[in-house]
Design a binder for this molecule. Structure first.
Ligand SMILES: Nc1ncnc2c1ncn2[C@@H]1O[C@H](COP(=O)(O)OP(=O)(O)O)[C@@H](O)[C@H]1O
Ligand SMILES: [Mg+2]
Length: 180
């Protein structure tokens, strides 16, 4: 079965292509209200309203028909399939925000998958981009902010094996703290 973390990888790839320098990923597990949310924000080149329309509907065509992929339609479908919702807000020259929500307990909700691995891989593959990953579980939350990490590391690059290992441990430890 497909996993939402793979959709996240796809969507963040769009942000990278759009020349984002800061990408925020939020995973919100509101078990008490049976809601799961995954939001992705970037400061890339943004989209016009017309573009937003054409990317959310794979069958939408304009006179200047161009090839569009399925990254966004698939993410939208995953959310709506579970009884949740999907929204894009974008401003040209400012950035893009993608909001998805899911009914947590729905049998049609895809599993989140290994999002820590996704985050870690994204940092490793794009050491010059800043990422902020926030995981919320009910009322508890933590963040990994590569801008703060960079300050601590001075000139050590983020894709250094020891740094990646530290990131993996940080995510794992904090997950175990917030999910109790
Ligand atoms: N974060 C983003 N910033 C700017 N443009 C975007 C963003 N995400 C998607 N787009 C635009 O929407 C198009 C469709 O995205 P997607 O559905 O993932 O398919 P693909 O990436 O294969 O083209 C992209 O080609 C791009 O033009
Ligand atoms: Mg894409």
């Amino acid at each position: 079965m497909r996993e939402l973390s793979l959709n996240v990888l796809d969507i963040v790839q769009n942000s990278i292509t759009a020349k984002a320098t800061l990408i925020k990923i939020e995973l919100i597990e509101d078990i008490n209200n049976d809601i799961l949310k995954i939001n992705i924000f970037d400061n890339g080149k943004g989209m016009t309203d017309e573009q937003i329309k054409s990317v959310t509907d794979p069958f939408y065509t304009t006179r200047t028909t161009r090839k569009t992929g399925l990254g966004i339609p698939l993410f939208k479908m995953a959310a709506e399939m579970s009884g949740g919702s999907f929204k894009i807000e974008s401003i040209v020259g400012v950035g893009t925000k993608i909001f998805t929500s899911y009914i947590h307990s729905s049998i049609d909700r895809m599993p989140v998958g290994n999002i820590n691995e996704t985050v870690s891989m994204l940092i490793q593959m794009n050491p010059d981009i800043d990422f902020v990953y926030t995981h919320t579980f009910n009322e508890k939350s933590y963040s990994l902010d590569t801008r703060e990490l960079r300050e601590q590391l001075e000139d050590v690059p983020l894709d250094t094996p020891d740094v990646i290992e530290w990131i993996n441990d940080y995510l794992k430890e904090n997950d175990s703290i917030i999910t109790v």
